[in-house]
Design a protein. Sequence first.
Length: 146
Amino acid sequence: MTTARASGAPAPGERWIPGLLGSLALLALATACGSAGEPAGRALYVRYCASCHGVSGVGDGAVAPHLRRPPTDLTALAQRGDGGFDADGVRSTIDGRKIVAEHGSREMPVWGAVFDEQMRGERFSEGLTEAHLTALVGYVGSLQKQ
């Protein structure tokens, strides 16, 4: 039973509850993603990435012909990286908030900021942005050619 306090602060034994609920929400999302970022990663990819990179990830999305530079073939990232998939590099590119100016301009949206804005005011919004990025990286990893 919860005891209301005049100050509005939680009772001494109740301070851990919001953190526990947030952890459970992130665990549920991670479980839904599975090891290859499915199905949450695929759903996020279709919503945010497929218009440029195409459903299969080869860079043939509906918007691709209208861009200054063709979108990256996401299925060949591991091949170009000497056979290894650079999950940290892909995450940084998707997030987009830490790109160095010397690397040139960026046509791709800064998805980390977009996710933050969409989730503003939601409980555990920072964790949800991280979960989105993790799911997307997992899904892009699953697209790699063997």
